[in-house]
Design a protein around this ligand. Sequence first.
Ligand SMILES: *[C@@H]1O[C@H](CO)[C@@H](O)[C@H](O)[C@H]1NC(C)=O
Ligand SMILES: *[C@@H]1O[C@H](CO)[C@@H](O)[C@H](O)[C@H]1NC(C)=O
Ligand SMILES: *[C@@H]1O[C@H](CO)[C@@H](O)[C@H](O)[C@H]1NC(C)=O
Length: 290
Amino acid sequence: MHSPISIFLTTWAITSVLGSSIITTKVTPSYWRATISSPPFNLMDNAFLEDFFSLVDDIAADPEVKVVVFNSSVEDFFIAHFDILNPVSPELVGAAYWGNVTRLANLPVLTVAAIQGIVRGGGAELVASLDVRFGSKEKAIFGQPEVAIGVVPGSGEMRLLPRLTGRGRAMEIIIGSDDLDADTAALYGWINRAIPDDQFDEFVDRFARRVAGWDRYAIGHAKSVINQSGFPTLEEVQSDFAAFEASLSEGAVAARVEAMAKAGFQTSETFEIHLNREEIRFVGPGPWDS
Ligand SMILES: *[C@@H]1O[C@H](CO)[C@@H](O)[C@H](O)[C@H]1NC(C)=O
Ligand SMILES: *[C@@H]1O[C@H](CO)[C@@H](O)[C@H](O)[C@H]1NC(C)=O
Ligand SMILES: *[C@@H]1O[C@H](CO)[C@@H](O)[C@H](O)[C@H]1NC(C)=O
């Protein structure tokens, strides 16, 4: 028998479209879903960042929301990476980006990444700054390709990852620049757990509905105390972003990125799926030439 409450819950869902790259669905007033919908790759570009920051404003302004689950509507990709071919507005990166990420981290709302595709680079950094990460065993892929391209992760990962995985595994992930499946990412602590894809939606939904039933005071208090174990500061992440930008404009890196663009970077699905394969990535001038 359906109680009036469960009928209310199942019929509530309200969907709103911010820009268009993130669609918010209020499953209930306290349980929201933020669906990243920027095909073909869910690149972190101007539109994505503007939508993400407005979503943070909406979450901060709402007194009822307690849990927000981020998922993707794009087959194969959660977030491919930061857009490095089309200049992203300076007002949306560095301090502005980290200010918004920190604001979200400090809200009395649990943020959950539900990853059933590829998440690399800036996307993997964004996911690491959220509170909880779940990955599909069969479909999720995690990677930091920056060092292989000649740059460094510029949005907090060099600070976040050692806290999640420990020093050695952070070294392996960031300097090894290779893909990890969800089982390995979970073993390392990069994500909370790997879940078989056919059980994924049910698991995440049940988790979110439970949390949505707790008191905001208790969620917020627990978050603020856990947070004392450390969250990267603005100064730290700003200096990482400056290093990322400086390395990106360095001659050999610029030439490599140009060669990658010709080979299908940010345009070819095959290239983006296999971004971390040597034969695809090691194009253009680089240390492997000498
Ligand atoms: C993502 O969440 C939305 C909103 O709840 C849902 O409609 C959609 O099916 C989810 N997408 C996937 C791939 O699970
Ligand atoms: C979020 O980003 C916007 C857009 O750049 C910026 O104006 C705002 O100050 C940022 N918020 C925080 C808390 O830093
Ligand atoms: C989280 O911790 C940082 C220091 O790591 C601190 O600056 C910030 O105020 C804390 N936020 C909350 C909500 O406690």
